[in-house]
Design a protein around this ligand. Structure first.
Ligand SMILES: N[C@@H](CCC(=O)N[C@@H](CS)C(=O)NCC(=O)O)C(=O)O
Length: 342
């Protein structure tokens, strides 16, 4: 497996140069009015994810919370890429049964022949044409929340409430820079100084977040929003991969009572933990990033038995789904074995 293709995250690079995440290449939007040529339509699009990927996992959570599972079908890749990037080797005959393709790059190529950029998840593919529509991971969840409303389930929460957008945008910007992407900058740093700067940023922001969450159940307002989804997908990976593999080891999440309570609270909320596959997460990071883990050995720990233990954060109040309701169980075929159950 080549380090430069399979070992990079999206179009980002690591190695001798400072780690830099490049802009997503296909940024068309699927909207209610179809202004980019891609109208919201039940059954038309297929979401392609790796359950290992934190950016793709945001979309998995939003899709569950909003009840879009029927409207937007799901393809899950093998957590291990090869030189041809993401593969559908978990499916019979190694082919996605709906798109009929073996590699995600085929959808990129259908959109733009000889596409030279990186192939990344999350990706949304137009089923009738087989063309990639978007891999804009910063936009997809916002559009599911605000453009796909007609197809939301009854009782779906408002994940991007108008009155709170400014505050959500501000919180997610700092969380992205220092935490979501900060752990990657630490892990793929090419020199000591770059690593230490990223490391300081990670823990400065985690300290800020922990302080904020001491007295309030969710990051913004008293309901679950986009901000919680984005923080969750990094926190849920923290002890399993970022602490060791990416050297973000000032402390483990389990050592910060507030953050550990917060992430367990979300994990136990329908739509969050039921999208998390620790096996895919660990195998992807430790096997694929051969530059920082040359043996490819996947650690056995950490012990996952604490994830379903009581967190006590109900005492802070909060209305997880606002005026809405929690989603039902994941659809058939999308269930993940729960961790921490005897
Ligand atoms: N699309 C974005 C972010 C999404 C992203 O980085 N996804 C990773 C997985 S977490 C990916 O698909 N990387 C491609 C690869 O490693 O082959 C980017 O280009 O930076």
């Amino acid at each position: 497996m080549s380090q430069t293709s399979a070992g990079t995250e999206g179009n980002a690079s690591y190695g001798r140069k400072p780690f830099k995440r490049s802009a997503s290449h296909f940024a068309d939007r699927i909207t209610a009015d179809g202004r980019d040529g891609w109208p919201v339509e039940a059954g038309r699009y297929r979401l392609v994810v790796s359950r290992a990927c934190p950016w793709a996992s945001r979309v998995l959570v939003s899709r569950r919370l909003l009840g879009l599972e029927e409207a937007l079908s799901l393809a899950v890749t093998d957590p291990i890429q090869d030189d041809r990037s993401w593969r559908f080797t978990l499916d019979p005959d190694g082919r996605d049964p709906v798109l009929g393709i073996r590699f995600l790059h085929e959808a990129y190529d259908a959109r733009e022949s000889d596409y030279p950029g990186g192939v990344s998840v999350p990706a949304i593919v137009d089923v009738p044409s087989g063309k990639l529509v978007t891999n804009d991971y910063q936009r997809i969840t916002l559009d599911l929340a605000t453009e796909w409303t007609e197809l939301h389930r009854p009782g779906a929460p408002d994940l991007y409430p108008e009155a709170r957008r400014e505050e959500i945008d501000e919180v997610v910007e700092g969380v992205y820079r220092d935490v979501n992407n900060g752990v990657y900058r630490a892990g793929f740093a090419s020199d000591q100084q770059e690593y230490e700067q990223a490391y300081e940023g990670v823990f400065r922001r985690l300290g800020w977040v922990s302080e904020r969450l001491r007295g309030q159940r969710y990051l913004v307002g008293d309901t679950i929003t986009e901000a919680d989804i984005r923080l969750f997908t990094t926190l849920v990976r923290f002890d399993a991969v970022y602490h060791g593999h990416f050297k973000c080891n000032r402390y483990k999440l389990t050592e910060d009572p507030v953050l550990w309570g917060y992430v367990r609270d979300l994990y136990q909320t329908p739509g969050f933990g039921d999208t998390v596959d620790f096996d895919h997460i660990k195998r992807h990071y430790y096997e694929v990033h051969t530059g920082i883990n040359p043996t490819g050995i996947v650690p056995v720990g950490p012990d996952l038995s604490g994830w379903l233990t009581p967190h006590g954060r109900e005492e802070l109040g909060g209305r997880p789904f606002g005026d809405g309701t929690p989603p039902g169980p994941p659809p058939a075929g999308e269930e993940i074995p729960a961790v921490g159950r005897p």
